[in-house]
Design a protein around this ligand. Structure first.
Ligand code: AMP
Ligand code: GLY
Length: 424
C-alpha cells in the first residue's frame, strides 16, 4: 500500500517509523515532513492545511491510506475532504474532532453523559465571567474554547489574576479566535496521565499509559511547552485506575459521541488527572500526543496499518492490538531559550548512531536540510531521543545515555524526565 502521513513533527516521525515496519507499506509519503522523516518517507512540500492539494496528491500518487497526525487539519475537516473524494483516511471527521476543537463542547458532553471531569461553567461574555469569578474558589482554571497550541489554559491563584486572565482571553484575544468563548473550571490536584486509544466509531482499544512533562525547566518549573519528554507506562496508572476509567470514561466517551451523531474514528487521547476522588478527564485530544506517540508507538507490536484500517472499517473488535511488555522514555532536545526566544540553523551531529533495532530512536521535531544538505536545527523542540528498556529506570538510563550521542550548538534538555517514577 502507498501511505501518506500528514504533519511535520516528532509525532509524525514516530508514525512514519511504525508505518515503515509494516509489511504492507510500499511507498511512504509525508506532507510536509522534516529532515528526519526524509530518511523514511518522500517529503512532499504541501502544507497540512492545504486539504484539496493533499487530496489531489493522494489521487495522483495512488495513495491507499492517509494518516493525519496533527490537530489543526482534523479540526478543520481534512477527513471530510478526503472522504468526499473516496480516499481512505485515518482520523475523525470534522464533526467528531470537535471533541478536541471545542473545550465547551467536550465539557458539556462529559456533563450530559456523566463522565467524570472538573466542575465548570462556559462563558461568552467577559463581564459575566468576571462576575462569576467573584465567588469562585481559588485557584481556578481558565480555558480558551478553541485550539490554542496547548497554550490556552491559565491557572490563576487570585481573583485579580483570574480577572486579568479573562481579559487576556476574551478581550485581548491572546489565543486568537479560540477566545470568543471560554470555560472556567475547578482546579484539580493529582497525577496527570495520558492514555491514547484507537476508536472505530463503536469500539475502543486502549494503548499503554504515558506521561508528558510540559514545563520547560527541571522540577516541572518554568513555562508551558509542547512537551519536554515522556515516559510509558505510567506507574501511577494502576489496575484500579484502569478499571474505573474502563467503567466510566473510555467506552462512555465513544458511546456519547455516537449518541450525538458524531461517531469518532481515529485516536482519542484522554488527558486524565488521578484525583483523590478517582480519575477525571482534564481534556480530550483527537490525535496522538506529541511526545506521547514517541514512547507508545515504538512499543506497539501490531501492524499500525491493520489497526488504522480496522478503525476505518469499524472492525476494531476483530483484532488484537499488542504492545511490548517493557518501557520507553523520550527526552526532548530543544534549542536553549525555548519556548520564548532561541536561535536555529545549527548543524546537528551524531544522528547516525541510532538504530531502532536496538531500541534507540531519534525522532526529529524541528530540523531541516541546509543549502549544503546538512541537517540543521529549525525549531524550539529539535529532536526527541527515545530509548526502550526492560523497565522505566532502564529506559531512562538508556535515553539519557543516547542524548549524549547527538550534539548541536544550543542544545538544551531537562535532566529529570521520568524522575517521577522514583516516587511511585
Ligand atoms: P489542557 O490543555 O486542558 O490539558 O490543560 C493544560 C494543562 O493545564 C493540563 O495538562 C494540566 O496540567 C493543567 N490543567 C488543565 N485543567 C486543569 C484543572 N482543572 N485543574 C488543574 N490543572 C489543570
Ligand atoms: N503532549 C500533549 C499533547 O500532545 O497535547
Amino acid at each position: 500500500m502507498n501511505i501518506l502521513i500528514v504533519g511535520s513533527g516528532g509525532r509524525e516521525h514516530a508514525i512514519c517509523e511504525s508505518v515503515r515496519r509494516s509489511d504492507k507499506a510500499q511507498k511512504i509519503y509525508c506532507a510536509p515532513g522534516n529532515a528526519g522523516i526524509a530518511s523514511i518517507a518522500e517529503c512532499v512540500p504541501i502544507g497540512a492545511m492545504e486539504f484539496e492539494k493533499l487530496a489531489d496528491f493522494a489521487k495522483e500518487h495512488n495513495v491507499d491510506l492517509t494518516i493525519v497526525g496533527m490537530d489543526d487539519p482534523l479540526v478543520g475537516g481534512i477527513v471530510d475532504v478526503f472522504e468526499s473524494r473516496n480516499l481512505k483516511v485515518f482520523g475523525p471527521s470534522k464533526k467528531a474532532a470537535i471533541l478536541e476543537g471545542s473545550k465547551a463542547f467536550s465539557k458539556d458532553l462529559m456533563k450530559k453523559y456523566n463522565i467524570p471531569t472538573a466542575a465548570y461553567e462556559v462563558f461568552e461574555n467577559a463581564q459575566e465571567a468576571i462576575e462569576y469569578l467573584k465567588d469562585a474558589k481559588m485557584p481556578v482554571v481558565l480555558k480558551a474554547d478553541g485550539l490554542a497550541l496547548g497554550k490556552g489554559v491559565l491557572i490563576c491563584n487570585t481573583y485579580e489574576e483570574a480577572k486579568d486572565g479573562v481579559k487576556q482571553i476574551m478581550e485581548d484575544k491572546k489565543f486568537g479566535t479560540a477566545g470568543s468563548r471560554m470555560v472556567i473550571e475547578e482546579f484539580m490536584t493529582g497525577r496527570e496521565v495520558s492514555v491514547l486509544s484507537y476508536c472505530d466509531g463503536k469500539h475502543i482499544k486502549i494503548m499503554p499509559s504515558s506521561q508528558d512533562h510540559k514545563r520547560a525547566l527541571n522540577g516541572d518549573k518554568g513555562l508551558n511547552t509542547g512537551g519536554m519528554g515522556t515516559f510509558s507506562p505510567s506507574p501511577f496508572y494502576t489496575d484500579e485506575v484502569d478499571k474505573i476509567c474502563k467503567e466510566k470514561i473510555y467506552q462512555a466517551t465513544v458511546d456519547a459521541m455516537r449518541s450525538e451523531g458524531r461517531e469518532f474514528k481515529g485516536i482519542i487521547f484522554f488527558g486524565l488527572m488521578i484525583t483523590k476522588e478517582g480519575p477525571k478527564v482534564l481534556e480530550y485530544n483527537a490525535r496522538f500526543g506529541d511526545p506521547e506517540a514517541q514512547v507508545v508507538l515504538p512499543r506497539m507490536k501490531t501492524d499500525i496499518i491493520d489497526v488504522c484500517l480496522a478503525c476505518i472499517d469499524g472492525s476494531l473488535d476483530k483484532i488484537d492490538i499488542e504492545f511490548e511488555d517493557n518501557a520507553a522514555v523520550c527526552v526532548v532536545l530543544a534549542s536553549d531559550g525555548y519556548p520564548v526566544k532561541y536561535d536555529k540553523g545549527f548543524e546537528i551531529t551524531g544522528l547516525d548512531k541510532f538504530d531502532s533495532n536496538d531500541g534507540y530512536y531519534c525522532f526529529h521535531a524541528g530540523t531541516k536540510f541546509d543549502a549544503n544538505g546538512k541537517i540543521v536545527t529549525n525549531g524550539g523542540r529539535v529532536l526527541g531521543v527515545t530509548a526502550k528498556g526492560n523497565d522505566l529506570k532502564d529506559a531512562r538510563n538508556n535515553a539519557y545515555k543516547a542524548t549524549a550521542w547527538v550534539d548541536f550548538s544550543n542544545k538544551y534538555m531537562r535532566d529529570d524526565i521520568g524522575k517521577a517514577i522514583d516516587e511511585a
